[in-house]
Design a protein around this ligand. Structure first.
Ligand SMILES: [Ca+2]
Ligand SMILES: [Ca+2]
Length: 303
């Protein structure tokens, strides 16, 4: 059984929970109108582990790479969201080369943060309001969809009509976490089918610093969520794919179509099953403090 983060006990009202951070993040630019100011500045990094450089490279090469089957590693782009507080993590997307039927795509280097969610959506539903770079949680699948739709609607200039933000598919998430080709129909069919295959390697329990997992594993210093990017990235440059918050994906969990798919485990998980790279979860309540998401993006229309 996988341990999902417990539903929030009604100790605080949602408005009480969000007030401190809202005050911190309050910015006159954080309105829907500001979304029209979106622009995408592409920064190219030679390797994911070196981090993104600050060299502007233009958008076109990245869009072109989305149409290639053999897109190069290490390309990333920053999506500038107006209204982020100074020093807050930007929304950065990393290019993942396609494989088989999966076309090359962009996926968020980090889980979506509370500052990013606040700036785009105008509210912060998170339970653990410890700072703006913590992952947004207590978001449902529909909330994540709305966030992506607003990002897409805010694109301007050469991006408009060329790119769409969405949630990663199950197959994309598997590619990003480095899984070999999987067999099976639904995500539920593929759940846990690669034993001893974790985001950090093959050992259990995880080594210290592997990610943010349940406190009894003693692999990190966080009892609940941690700021995104607190642990080293994987080979593609993604942080926190394993642990911190479970991540909503685009797919249904199974053919019942009763719930959407979650991947990656959370700060509240400490069993090997949840830690597996192939771990999936579906049947949960809509909003819990261990559930967040990261964005994906793909090209739209003719280039
Ligand atoms: Ca932890
Ligand atoms: Ca995660």
């Amino acid at each position: 059984m996988k341990a999902l983060a417990a539903p929030v006990v009604a100790v605080k009202s949602r408005s009480d929970i969000t007030k401190p951070l809202v005050a911190k993040l309050c910015c006159p630019l954080a309105s829907a109108a500001c979304l029209l100011l979106f622009d995408l500045s592409v920064v190219a990094g030679d390797s994911p582990s070196s981090g993104a450089s600050t060299r502007p490279a233009g958008l076109r090469p990245l869009l072109a790479a989305l149409g290639e089957t053999n897109a190069g590693l290490g390309k990333s782009a920053v999506v500038e969201i107006p209204g982020l507080p100074g020093g807050a993590k930007q929304l950065e997307v990393v290019l993942v080369p396609g494989r088989g039927a999966v076309k090359s795509f962009l996926m968020g280097k980090y889980e979506v943060t509370q500052a990013q969610y606040q700036a785009v959506m105008g509210n912060n539903p998170s339970y653990f309001t410890n700072g703006f770079d913590y992952p947004v949680e207590q978001v449902g699948w529909n909330d994540a969809q709305d966030f992506c739709a607003k990002l897409t609607a805010g694109l301007t200039g050469e991006l408009k009509g060329k790119l769409t933000f969405r949630l990663p598919t199950d197959a994309e998430w598997s590619l990003a976490v480095g899984l070999p080709k999987e067999s099976g129909g639904t995500p539920k069919d593929k759940n846990g089918k690669f034993p001893n295959f974790y985001p950090w390697g093959s050992q259990w329990p995880p080594p210290v610093g592997a990610g943010n997992y349940k406190p009894n594993l003693k692999v990190d210093d966080y009892d609940t969520t941690s700021p995104v990017g607190s642990f080293k990235p994987n080979q593609f440059g993604f942080h926190d794919l394993g642990g911190n918050v479970w991540e909503w994906c685009e797919d249904w969990y199974d053919n019942d179509h009763s719930c959407r798919l979650l991947r990656g485990g959370s700060w509240a998980d400490g069993n090997p099953g949840s830690g597996l790279s192939s771990s999936r979860h579906g049947p949960v309540g809509p909003r819990r403090n261990g559930l967040g998401f990261r964005v994906a993006a793909s090209a739209l229309g003719p280039r």
